[in-house]
Design a protein around this ligand. Structure first.
Ligand SMILES: [Zn+2]
Length: 336
């Protein structure tokens, strides 16, 4: 949308909102404004304006907000979200949001813009769960994972470590984030709190089912190690007792070293790795080179950093189930 079209539609939105508000006042429908002065400026259709930083946050806002929210996303579909640049228009639009849903530590430009937005209702994903430090190697095969338990500091073998932001790929952590987002929406829009709570509970039960499918689906896999492009699946590996070896670190832009490529060759041979995974939004060049050198197969494991036509599903659950199928295949799990 051009800037001119955007501003025109905003003017129209204001006029409509004013007309609706006038109509509502006439009908005596505004009596439920419990918070004294209502400084919340609703979108044209009276819905809460939510801005999400990238796909997994958009998914939560839409599923929990339902009909009461209008969600827009800062990261365009098909754009790799790490190190996203924001346009001045996006930064300006952020200040007009009723609620912002984002994940700190993934997109520095977003972190900065949110901090300066002055928006009252901000749901920050990592504040609702626990973070761990991961490098490009995460070994979840050593003992059961416990919630909020060990800090996993494999500084030496991990390399390029840091606080791992990829919490949405662990259905349990994603559920914790969902609860936090639900509470923030209810806070911003108390009139619909019961709906947000009901939607949150429904989503949590679906995430619980997904967690069960992963636990069961991977329990009988004879191989436990998988190779990915960037280190997005550390929390998932830990949750289900797998070992993730990534070509690059937590950021897909980083370049793999020759030493890392040699390590991966050794690991692949020692662990009987059959498949090198690549992603939809990141170049598959190094993954294909490594697979070619070792005579391994390639397949897609989607870190869900965005949904496009290339994605193996239309939403979080569909793509996660495609990921489970891809992992089962790569790890030699028997078909059920
Ligand atoms: Zn990532």
């Amino acid at each position: 949308m051009t800037a001119r079209r955007r501003s025109r539609s905003r003017i129209r939105a204001r006029i409509t909102a004013t007309a609706l508000a006038a109509g509502a006042t006439a009908l005596g429908l505004l009596s439920v404004s419990a918070c004294g002065q209502d400084d919340r400026e609703e979108s044209a259709d009276g819905r809460l304006r939510v801005i999400a930083s990238f796909y997994p946050m958009e998914f939560l806002a839409e599923r929990i907000g339902g009909d009461h929210v209008s969600v827009s996303t800062l990261t365009e579909p098909g754009t790799e979200p790490h190190d996203l640049d924001l346009s001045p228009q996006q930064t300006a639009r952020l200040t007009e949001a009723d609620v912002i849903v984002y994940l700190q530590g993934l997109q520095p430009a977003v972190d900065e813009a949110v901090a300066q937005s002055g928006v009252d209702h901000i749901a920050e994903a990592t504040s609702f769960t626990t973070l761990e430090t991961h490098g490009n190697e995460v070994d979840g095969t050593r003992g059961a994972h416990t919630d909020g338990g060990h800090a996993h500091e494999d500084g030496e073998e991990g390399g390029e470590g840091g606080e791992d932001p990829h919490i949405w790929l662990d259905p349990v952590r994603f559920g914790e984030v969902a609860q936090g987002v639900g509470e923030e929406l209810a806070d911003a829009d108390p009139g619909h709190a019961a709906d947000y709570q009901r939607n949150t509970e429904r989503l949590l039960s679906e995430l619980d089912d997904l967690n069960g499918e992963f636990t069961q689906g991977l329990a009988d896999a004879p191989e436990r190690t998988f190779i990915t492009t960037h280190a997005a699946f550390g929390y998932l590996a830990e949750r289900y007792g797998l070992r993730e070896e990534a070509i690059t670190g937590l950021d897909p832009e980083s370049e793999p070293s020759a030493a890392r490529m040699r390590d991966l060759q050794d690991i692949a041979e020692a662990e009987g790795v059959r498949t090198v995974f690549f992603e939809t939004l990141v170049s598959d060049e190094t993954a294909r080179t490594l697979a070619g050198d070792l005579g391994l197969e390639t397949a897609v494991l989607d870190p869900l950093e965005g949904i496009t036509d290339e994605s193996a599903g239309a939403d979080y659950f569909e793509v996660m189930r495609a990921n489970l199928a891809a992992l089962r295949q790569a790890l030699g799990a028997t078909a059920s």
